[in-house]
Ligand binder design. Structure first.
Ligand code: NCD
Length: 358
């Protein structure tokens, strides 16, 4: 059994992402994640377990009996929501997930109101949270902080799990989980999530949701990926290297209309201009051809879906919002269910939920 207490930070950090997985699992050996940091921790069997658990929680939440049972599972645990970057959906859906499972929560969303403002390091702040809470759900601009703190906390006297809710431009594993859950649900009565073409469009260079989802899709059979973006915002090489290593067919394109016409899902993203090195550089890029509007809607196959991690600016025209193929609203709600499933699994409650009423 690989343990974070048996490996130095330097050796752990140097491992390829897929080799880090066993170190991040629950010590009980059930293959479920303890710390959730990367999409590379999830293979198809684990994604199927999570999807079944999310479905179960979704159905149980409809009845008072089911909802009360779920709420009775984790009243003895507290979760800290530490979001030092803006967030609406990721913050609220994690909060709602905690409420569904009976966890109480605390939050820091603005470091000017915490001791970070007095000069305390993020590392010390997180150590502090671990004194009062039993899980940390965190979003930061810093790519490696969640990983470093997972190792630190696992090697401390208060080891508690960390859930990465967005790490810089790098990864957003729980978003990718809800995206996969949405794709699975979208195609469940129509052949399933296999033999599909998925198009990513927008800022693929700096969008962390794309990196995480592109990887998760490699777990599914015959999923072709198309990347549509202006050259300055095209998908980075590390994403392409992973696709090559998994023998995934992919295409780089600048033609959204052509891609839409052959896609089962079009995943739109906004321009991530908060990462501009010199302010305003994104404004100089012509993005007019990377927006989904009425014309694209006409080209999208009848069984296709439009997705977006949100927030949207103008990359999906509001005229698409009432089309049954606009999946972004349901996608957002799916986040609450899959995050509930992930938190329940992290604390070892998968079996109890799956056996409810049996
Ligand atoms: C995304 C993010 O934060 O990376 N938002 C989200 O979590 N739903 C995408 C974005 O901000 O564009």
């Amino acid at each position: 059994m690989a343990k974070l207490t048996d490996i130095s930070w330097e050796d752990f950090q140097a491992l390829p992402l897929e080799s880090k997985r066993p170190y991040l699992e629950r010590p009980e050996g059930d293959g479920a994640p303890y710390h959730t940091l990367f999409a590379q921790q999830f293979d198809k069997p684990l994604l199927e377990r999570l999807t079944s658990l999310a479905n179960r929680i979704r159905f149980m939440s409809k009845t008072k009996e089911g909802a009360l049972f779920l709420k009775s599972l984790l009243p003895h645990k507290r979760a800290m929501l530490y979001f030092s970057q803006p967030s609406s959906r990721t913050f609220l859906s994690h909060l709602a997930a905690c409420q569904i499972l009976g966890l109480t929560t605390g939050s820091v969303r603005d470091s000017t109101t915490s001791s970070e403002f007095k000069g305390e390091s993020k590392e010390d702040s997180i150590r502090t949270f671990s004194s009062y809470f039993d899980m940390i759900i965190m979003r930061t601009t810093d790519k490696g902080l969640a990983e470093k703190m997972s190792w630190e906390l696992s090697n401390s006297s208060r080891p508690i799990p960390i859930l990465n809710a967005g790490s810089g431009k790098d990864q957003h594993p729980t978003q990718a989980l809800l995206d996969i859950y949405t794709l699975i649900r979208s195609f469940e009565n129509n052949g399933g999530l296999k033999d599909r073409t998925i198009t990513f469009c927008g800022d693929l260079m700096r969008g962390r949701t794309v990196r995480s989802l592109s990887y998760l899709l490699t777990n599914f059979e015959n999923i072709r990926q198309i990347f549509v973006a202006p050259p300055q915002l095209q998908v980075p090489d590390d994403v392409i290297e992973i696709l090559k290593a998994h023998n995934v067919e992919y295409m780089i394109s600048d033609n959204l209309k052509e891609a839409t016409a052959i896609s089962d899902a079009v995943y739109m993203t906004r321009i991530q201009d908060e990462w501009d090195e010199s302010k305003g550089e994104s404004k100089k890029i012509d993005v007019s051809n990377f927006k989904f509007g009425a014309e694209e809607l006409k080209l999208l196959p009848k069984t296709g879906v439009i997705m977006h991690p949100l927030p949207r600016r103008d990359e999906i025209a509001t005229c698409c919002d009432h089309d049954p193929r606009a999946m972004y609203w349901r996608q957002m709600r799916n986040g609450m269910w899959i995050r509930s499933a992930l938190i329940a699994m992290t604390f070892g409650f998968e079996k109890q939920i799956m056996c409810f009423g049996a």
